[in-house]
Design a protein around this ligand. Sequence first.
Ligand SMILES: Cc1cc2nc3c(=O)[nH]c(=O)nc-3n(C[C@H](O)[C@H](O)[C@H](O)COP(=O)(O)OP(=O)(O)OC[C@H]3O[C@@H](n4cnc5c(N)ncnc54)[C@H](O)[C@@H]3O)c2cc1C
Length: 288
Amino acid sequence: MWAGFEYFKPATLKEACLLLAKYKSEATVFAGGTDLLVSMRTGGTKPRYLIDIKAIPELSRIKYENEQLTIGAAVTINALAQSDVIGKKFDIITEATKVFASVQIRNRATIGGNLCRASPSSDMVPPLLVLDAMLTAISDKGERDIPIKDFFIGPERTSLEQGEMLKEIRVPTPPQNMGATFLKVRRTGVDLAVVNVAVAVELSENKFKDVKISLGAVAPTPMRALKAEALLKGEACTDENIERAAEMASSETSPITDVRSTAEYRREVSRVLVKRALKNAIQKVGGR
Ligand SMILES: Cc1cc2nc3c(=O)[nH]c(=O)nc-3n(C[C@H](O)[C@H](O)[C@H](O)COP(=O)(O)OP(=O)(O)OC[C@H]3O[C@@H](n4cnc5c(N)ncnc54)[C@H](O)[C@@H]3O)c2cc1C
């Protein structure tokens, strides 16, 4: 296990930002450590200055004000799972927490760590993509908003700049007639996704007023299936349209073969999950 680091536990955002500015590329933010410690143990990461953000109060808060949910970057997956307001108004987030790793990992892992790790298979990302979340980065120079669709620039790469860290995630309340759902296929009870899918549909008179489809583990970054979304917008909620959109979504993926799955299987699972998720989401808002 790599041990050649200095450890800091700032109590304020300002202190954390000053440390990030001081140590620049040698600074590493440390949240739950469920990715970072594994990587330090295997020699993949050798941080020089570890900045533990868990003692900063603002980062561990879940707030719901003015129809907007704000989640601090250091909120754990278990805290999300147990939040009443998230369960009532953003249940797609709750659904994702339930199939995320094990209870032990969920007690440590944070939402900010999940986003900043930028794994193509991160479970918290597709729900936030279909909910149009806005991320706030902070540094000693101030704050900056980044729409979630612009945050992921490659496998394990984000648009955060040197000296910046993720402060919070803001999610607008979905419209009343929107149904959203998250589905995941994994090899065992505790595993990363072979494929994960989030879908949000807004209906008007049994037609798709708006549709958002996001998939993980099938491209270099979590992705939106924009062509499949366009196929459905304005169209009737029929089995035929849903099948066509699911096929289109699958054709938009660019999966790889790895230890978890072949690329072919990922493409097929993408089709099946998008179809199921669309039907689930439609049922949630009382569509046929
Ligand atoms: C057994 C096991 C099972 C797992 N199962 C799943 C699963 O089912 N689904 C899933 O999505 N993931 C899974 N993971 C991966 C991991 O638990 C998640 O990615 C987790 O959310 C990471 O959060 P963390 O707080 O532990 O991050 P850390 O390990 O502390 O950090 C991860 C990365 O993000 C950076 N970082 C953290 N917070 C910030 C911030 N606020 N600003 C800037 N950079 C930051 C760190 O520097 C580091 O590079 C699993 C891991 C293990 C070990």
